[in-house]
Write a protein that binds this ligand. Structure first.
Ligand SMILES: C[S@@+](CC[C@H](N)C(=O)[O-])C[C@H]1O[C@@H](n2cnc3c(N)ncnc32)[C@H](O)[C@@H]1O
Length: 412
């Protein structure tokens, strides 16, 4: 463990400048809120130097998180007036003690170091900050390149935007690096937009909803669904269909497209059925939990061969034989409130050996599905052929990217 004396002896001088970076951004973003009312997390608080600097700047509702209880104990003994001392690691995993959007701002000084906290943890840091809030952190001058890809990815996905990024003094001893970088990012908000475009459905279901609740929501939404996702600028159906199509030639060199048996899982009102038809796939079946969503697809004349109304879960869907399909595609259906990660095993069961599974995931839900995706890969059940960013919504105030994944099924 590095003590405060040790970092003091090394001449660490980045705490005050980093706290000031945050303070400048706070004045810009929260001009009418008293500093004492802003709830701030000092992530990787250690012995409390950032707590002290924030206090000097007028902040009082400061909470400390650190992997080391001993470091926090020193902060306590020094009397750094953190409201709470939370001892847990900062990783990509969800920190159960901290609510989503609990803090107005998060500051992390000297903690995002490759050996300590990896770039994936940025996603968890973002989760606990409210939309519209701030994430401020320092990076070593020679490690910016390690964090930049994730920072850019999050920026391109519209999750945060950079408010400032500049050199800050780091150590003031001759034999130590003299500067590092301080960044302040503002978390973008989509809540208001989701509410605006989907007023009747927003937040009505979540990851713990029962299948009956999900079915009921989509049954009620069905008549308005196309109009509402159209107004929100849904833009992922063609790109995901094209993405699937790009793997077909190599995977099925001898089968004409119209003979490939495809399941559109979570087909809804049929936009994927329409796109696949345009691409020449004419043997497409639809599966959905909601009869009303499927009815809209029927009324529109989407040329599905069969409409299967059932929930896709970890349980066996008796209407579908093992290995019945060449391809399963799922657009916008693998979301935690709908088709959950456990269902991937059932999806794989439906696909023949050598067949494909192609699906989209929301930018902020990849982490929920990745453990299952990796598990299946490690067990040799499927192999990842590719993943790529695909357009999601094209309205300015909606998330612009999702991710498309394609896997090849290897064995049962
Ligand atoms: C966001 S919509 C996407 C619909 C369509 N694929 C699209 O791209 O527009 C999700 C669809 O998944 C269906 N769904 C939700 N949970 C499901 C489950 N467990 N099994 C099967 N379908 C489900 C819903 O009824 C809805 O039609």
């Amino acid at each position: 463990m590095i003590s405060s004396q040790e970092i003091g002896a090394a001449g660490a001088c980045f705490h005050k400048p980093l706290a000031e970076c945050l303070d400048v951004a706070v004045n810009e973003v929260f001009p009418n809120i008293k500093k004492t009312q802003l709830k701030i997390l000092d992530a990787g608080a250690g012995t409390g130097p950032i707590g002290i600097e924030l206090l000097k700047l007028g902040y009082t509702d400061i909470h400390a998180l650190d992997i080391s209880q001993e470091m926090l104990n020193i902060a306590k003994e020094k009397g750094v007036p953190y409201r709470r001392f939370i001892c847990c690691p900062l990783t990509e995993k969800k920190i159960d003690e901290l609510e989503t959007g609990e803090f107005d701002a998060l500051i992390s000084a000297g903690t995002l170091i490759k050996a300590n906290v990896r770039p994936e943890a940025l996603v968890e840091m973002i989760r606990i900050v409210k939309t519209g809030g701030l994430v401020c952190f320092s990076l070593r001058y020679n490690e910016v390149d390690d964090y930049q890809p994730k920072m850019t990815e999050l920026e391109e996905a519209g999750i945060w935007e950079k408010l400032s990024g500049k050199k800050i003094p780091y150590y003031n001893r001759e034999d130590m690096p003299s500067y590092g970088f301080g960044f302040v990012m503002a978390i973008r908000t989509y809540e208001a937009s989701y509410k605006k475009y989907f007023p009747d459905t927003y937040e009505k279901i979540g990851k713990d909803s029962t299948h009956d609740e999900v079915r009921q929501l989509y049954d009620e939404w069905a008549v308005k669904y196309d109009e509402q996702i159209g107004a929100a600028g849904a833009a992922f159906h063609k790109p995901l269909s094209d993405y699937m199509n790009s793997f077909v030639k190599e995977s099925f060199p001898n089968t004409p497209k119209d003979q490939l048996k495809i399941l559109d899982a979570g087909a809804g009102t049929g936009p994927i059925g329409i796109e696949l038809d345009k691409l020449g796939y004419t043997c497409v079946h639809a599966l959905d939990i909601s009869e009303e969503m499927l009815n809209v697809a029927r009324q529109k004349g989407v040329p599905y061969k069969r409409f299967i109304c059932t929930a896709l879960t970890e349980k066996r869907v008796c209407e579908v034989e093992t290995g019945e399909f060449d391809i399963v595609i799922a657009a916008g259906a693998l979301i935690m409130a709908n088709v959950r990660p456990e269902a991937l095993v059932e999806i794989v069961r439906m696909v023949k050996k050598g067949g494909l599974v192609c699906f989209s995931l929301r930018y902020n839900e990849v982490d929920h599905y990745e453990p299952k995706m990796t598990e299946l890969e490690k067990e040799g059940i499927w192999e990842k052929l590719g993943s790529k960013k695909i357009p999601y919504f094209n309205q300015e105030d909606m998330p612009s990217y999702a991710y498309g994944f394609t896997y090849k099924v290897l064995k049962k």
